[in-house]
Design a protein around this ligand. Structure first.
Ligand SMILES: C[S@@+](CC[C@H](N)C(=O)[O-])C[C@H]1O[C@@H](n2cnc3c(N)ncnc32)[C@H](O)[C@@H]1O
Length: 348
């Protein structure tokens, strides 16, 4: 009985999957043919939204980063030169984009992976995806699979980067399509997790490119790190989020440092920050509060968080009220840079 239910589910899942090779943009390298595994409605919506999907993009210069061995996490991505906030370090078309919940069991409310079959369906989908590729991408994708030393095929699915297509809510409601899409990519799939990341990742729908934008200074030789979990939480809670990504325990610098209590307190302060309360305060009191939050963000190396530019901007406006225009302008400039980092795509 269980087998029949599982088989029916598996067939239903496989029926929902469509394979589409997104055509190459003119003049872009041949490997830029993305295999899209998902629902037709997503592609149709995107095609309505952007004429000539995918649009051409401006490639980055070669050799900005390299995939190399790490001391304990198998492979990772490393800076080959120094970078500053706002620099784009990775820009690439993924090999494959897939709905994240194709491994979820609809009979379990569409939320839980069926442990009996979830991973094998994902494995089958990934394996069958391979033969749909044009040759250059097929080789790259196969290399990523066989060379994926920490993870067998089914785990690859868990490690794909979250990458939401921002298609219309109406389309989502009427079609019931998957909301969360993930990608497999030559370089991006090698970026390890850190609870104090140094890049923010964007997927640009119009050009179908993955982009990693720097959020704090990166020295030559430093590892490029993103996050797979919410960062304002204390260590133990972050670790719960990381389990499905095969991270147990997290071996990032923030989790391995000795002052965990101090770190948890700083992250709680960031989590508890309430802009609406702060704007009611007198400028001096507000600034005291804001400086505390900014310091906590910087000490935890969390310039990655969208709250960072908001805090800077508000600090600027309170300094302006106190007549400190130079301070205010400096903060506003920094806030603008970080706002653009959070919004940025490949047009930058
Ligand atoms: C997207 S892959 C990153 C590249 C991977 N290191 C490789 O060699 O291909 C994610 C996997 O790397 C490992 N990993 C990444 N960040 C980690 C961390 N902070 N702590 C422990 N393991 C991590 C986990 O095995 C995770 O499933």
């Amino acid at each position: 009985m269980e087998f029949a239910a599982t088989k029916a589910w598996k067939e239903a899942v496989l029926k929902r999957v469509i394979y589409t090779n997104i055509p190459d943009a003119a003049d872009s390298p041949a490997h830029d043919t993305v295999l899209y595994v998902g629902e037709q409605v997503v592609l149709d919506t995107l095609r309505r939204k952007y004429r000539n999907l995918p649009r051409q993009y401006v490639p980055l210069p070669n050799g900005l980063v390299a995939v190399q061995s790490t001391p304990s996490l198998s492979l990772g991505v490393f800076a080959k030169r120094a970078f500053k906030p706002g620099d784009v370090v990775v820009r690439e078309r993924p090999f494959l984009i897939a709905a994240a919940d194709i491994g979820f069991d609809p009979s379990a409310g569409g939320k839980k992976v069926n442990p009996l079959i979830g991973n094998s369906v994902l494995g089958e989908i990934l394996k069958s995806a391979e033969r749909h590729f044009l040759p250059p991408n097929r080789d790259g994708f196969a290399a990523l699979l066989t060379d994926y030393s920490l993870n067998p095929v089914h785990d690859l699915m868990k490690d794909m980067f979250r990458s939401l297509f921002r298609i219309g809510e109406k389309d989502l409601e009427t079609s019931g399509v998957y909301k969360d899409y993930r990608l497999v990519s030559r370089v991006a799939s090698r970026i390890n997790h850190s609870c104090s990341p140094n890049v923010v990742c964007h997927f640009d729908e119009a050009t179908f490119t993955f982009n990693a934008v720097v959020t704090r200074e990166i020295q030559i030789g430093e590892e490029i790190l993103t996050t797979y979990c919410p960062l304002e939480l204390p260590r133990a809670e972050r670790h719960r989020y990381l389990l499905p990504y095969n991270i147990d325990p997290c071996r990032c610098e923030a989790c391995e440092m000795t002052d965990q209590e101090g770190s948890n307190q700083r992250r709680k302060m960031i989590y508890d920050y309430d802009m609406h309360k702060v704007i009611q305060l007198s400028p001096r009191k507000a600034l005291k509060e804001l400086i505390g939050v900014r310091n906590a963000i910087e000490e935890e190396n969390l310039q990655f968080l969208p709250v960072y530019p908001m805090v800077l901007q508000l600090m600027g406006s309170f300094w302006a009220k106190l007549g400190k225009s130079t301070l205010s302008e400096g903060l506003q400039k920094q806030a603008d840079l970080y706002h653009s980092i959070h919004k940025s795509g490949p047009s930058r």
